[in-house]
Design a protein around this ligand. Sequence first.
Ligand code: YSA
Length: 376
Amino acid sequence: MATPRPCRGVFLLPVKTHRLRASDRDHGDMTIQAQLDDLHARAAASLAEVVDLDGLASWERSFLGPKGELTQVLRGLGGVPAGERPAAGRAANSLKTELSAAYDARARQLSATDLERRLAADAVDVTLPGRAPTIGTVHPVSRMIDELSDIFALMGFQTVFGPEVATAHYNFDLLNIPGDHPARDVWDTIVVDSNDEEIVLRTHTSPMQARTMEATKPPVRVVVPGRAYRYEAQDASHDWMFHQLEGLAVDEHITLADLKGVLGELARQLFGAERRVRFRCDYFPFVEPGVDFAVDCAVCGGKGCRVCKHSGWLEMGGAGMVHPKVLAGVGYDPAKYTGFAFGLGIERMVMMKYGVDDVRAFAGNDLRFLRQFASI
Ligand code: YSA
C-alpha cells in the first residue's frame, strides 16, 4: 500500500483504497462541487442548531473530524480526473477553512454563554449581610477556676491538679477518716472498685492535701481546682458532679488568722470590697478547729433572696487548721508545722457572682444558659 502524501495538512490517499463516500450518502453522479455545496449547506444548517459545547463537539466529529464528511471528501479527491483535481482540491480546502472558522466562532460564542450560565448559577450576592459565626466561650466554671487561680497566685499559692479517681487511703484514711469512722458515710461515695483496695471517685478535692505534702517539704501553698463526685440526690444546690477548689498552706507559725485573712481577701477580690465574710464552727475530721465559710449574699446585699435561701449568707465551703494527725500521716512534724486548708464549691461561687439559682444548669449543656456568659 502506498504511503499517504501530506498536502497542506490533509492526507490524500490512493483512489483504490478510498472512494468518495460523503457519509455514505448516495451522491449518484453529483460533481465534487455539488457534493461540497450540499455538504456546506447541511453543515451550516446543522451548526445553527447546535446549542451547547457537547453538541458542537459532535458537529465537529461529523463534519471536520478524521471520520467526518469533509475529510472523506478530501480523501476521495484522488479519484477525481486529473484535470479537475486542483480546482476540486481548492474548493474542498476552502470549505474546510470556512467550516473551521465557523466552528471556532461558534465555540467562542458557546463558551462565553456557558461561562455566563455557570457564573449566573454560582452567583454570590456580595451585598447580602454575612452570617455571624457562633463563637464559643469559656464555660463559667472554667472561668471561675481561672479567676480563682489568678487571685490565689497573687497571694503566693501555686495551682496544681490531681486525679479524679482516688484510693480510699487518700480520700479518707490520710484525712483522719478511718474505715470505721461515722464521717465516712457523710460523703456519699461512688466506689469504682473494691477488690484489693477501695478505689473511689474522689468525693472532694481534699485527697490532694496528702498527695501534695508527700511530694514536697514545707512551706506549702497550693490550690487544687477540680471535679468531685457524690452519690447524692440532685436539687437546686446539689449535683452529683461538681467542682471544688482545695487550698492548703503549711509552714511554721501559721494560724487561724491567716486562714481568715486569705478567705476574706478572696471574697473581696471576687465579689467586691464591701462583701462581709462569716466563719462558724464546723466539724471535719481533718481539721481542728474546723469552720464553715460564708459570704453575705451579693445578689440581695444580705437582705435575703431566693439565691441565698433568704438567709442573707451563702456558704462557700469548709475550712480549718490542718489536724496534727494529717500532718503526722505524711511525715510532717506537727510540733513544728501548722497549716490551714479549705475546700470551696466553685459552682456556688459562680451562682453567687452571677445570680444563678440552680447548680444543675452548669452541666445541663443548655446553650441558652451558657451563652449568657459570653458577653460578661
Ligand atoms: C474542709 C476542711 C478542709 O480543711 C479542707 C476542705 C474542706 C471541705 C471538705 N473537703 C468538703 O468537701 N466539705 S463540703 O462537703 O462541705 O463541701 C464543700 C463545698 O463544696 C460546699 O460548701 C459546697 O459549696 C460544695 N458542694 C458540696 N457538695 C456539693 C457541692 N456543690 C455542688 N453540689 C454538691 N453536691
